[in-house]
Design a protein around this ligand. Structure first.
Ligand code: TPP
Ligand code: MG
Length: 337
């Protein structure tokens, strides 16, 4: 018997395509982070690094809504995902991690300082809370230009205890600048839980104290993130107002590469806690959602996995074959001209 095809509204098709592409982006981020862990332990990557495993929906559900060029993204040191979501190639990310001249910061930034202004990514930042005062300047410039552009700034629950963050938020609230705050509430700042570091654990209330409206979002749910962020960004373009999203999320591995990734629960979180959050993995949940609707199939997952494995391998080969920055470039780009 011939299969009957169900007519679906065009919006459904657009939504399906977007969801599929966000799913693939999350898979790329996860697989790249896993490869980065291996490469660090092979001593191919030096310095330090922080992974985004578990938090992928926070970039895959927001950054695709941005208009680049025009909009900007600022991130913390946990920034590989943000660069990839902005469109920085896996080659340029991997080469930067390996300190090569072909990296997106010319091999001088490393993991915490990926940057790609042409793709709207104004960089990661090793200073906890550092991106927020920068977003004040970016937001001011965007308001001044008046093109309806927005600046999305990512920062952590620990960063919310930094003085400079509140000074900047005060001014963003005062000047009504188009800054979208994405508070990555992954429950810990290194090994210190939110409950042990602040008397007010509701971060939206803290934003409201600065005259900035906001809401809580389940950051493990790609659809919810997309829904809230899509509406917020659309409104911000019309009103040129700041907005604040507290994203409840979780990092699956240790704080950084020095915090044993395989036994991250031994000191400050329990194995049970990690396992419970693993059940809410945004990749699995989005995959299940798409499979249930016939948008994703096991064959397509296999195809994505194969393509991504090749992309990551290509990035590694490219980085390893690239030269380190020449010694006489040491003083280049120290100051802007
Ligand atoms: C100004 C400053 N103080 C302290 C540190 C050391 N430090 C690095 S990461 C970190 C924890 C930040 O936690 P959070 O803001 O929740 O971000 P997460 O790592 O959870 O993404 C600290 C204290 C730093 N890099 N900068
Ligand atoms: Mg945190």
């Amino acid at each position: 018997m011939a299969k009957t095809t169900v007519e679906r509204p065009v919006e459904d098709d657009i939504q399906s395509k977007e969801l599929l592409s966000s799913y693939r982006l999350m898979l790329l981020i996860r697989r790249l982070e896993e490869s980065v862990y291996r490469k660090f332990h092979e001593a191919k990557i030096g310095g330090y690094l922080h992974r985004y495993d578990g938090m992928e929906a926070l970039v895959a559900g927001i950054i695709p809504f941005l208009q680049i060029p025009g909009d900007y993204v600022l991130s913390t040191y946990r920034d590989h995902a943000h660069a990839l979501a902005c469109g920085t190639s896996p080659r340029a990310v991997m080469a930067e991690l390996m300190g090569r001249a072909t990296g997106c910061a010319g091999g001088k930034g490393g993991s915490m300082h990926l940057i790609d202004p042409e793709n709207g990514f104004l960089g990661g930042d090793g200073i906890v809370g550092g991106p927020v005062p920068i977003s004040l300047g970016v937001g001011y410039a965007l308001k001044y230009r008046g093109n309806g552009n927005v600046c999305v700034v990512y920062f952590g629950d620990g960063a919310m205890n930094q003085g400079g963050v509140h000074e900047a938020m005060n001014m963003i609230g005062l000047y009504r600048l188009p800054v979208l705050f994405i508070l990555e509430n992954n429950k810990y700042a290194m090994g210190t839980s939110v409950e042990r570091s602040t008397g007010q654990t509701d971060f939206v209330l803290k934003a409201k104290a600065h005259g900035i409206d906001g809401e809580h979002v389940d950051g493990m749910d790609l659809l919810k993130v997309r829904d809230v962020a899509g509406r917020a960004i659309k409104k911000m373009r019309e009103t040129c107002e700041p907005y604040f999203l507290e994203m409840s999320c979780y990092r699956y591995v240790g704080h950084g590469i020095g915090d044993d990734n395989t036994k991250a629960w031994t000191t400050y979180r329990t194995e049970d806690e990690v396992a419970q959050w693993r059940e809410r993995d945004p990749l699995l949940r989005t995959g299940d959602y798409l499979e249930a609707r016939g948008i994703l199939t096991p064959e397509l997952i296999e195809k994505f996995e194969a393509e991504i494995a090749a992309e990551v391998e290509d990035a590694i080969e490219f980085a390893e074959a690239s030269a380190e920055p020449p010694l006489d470039s040491l003083y280049e780009n120290v100051y802007s001209k």
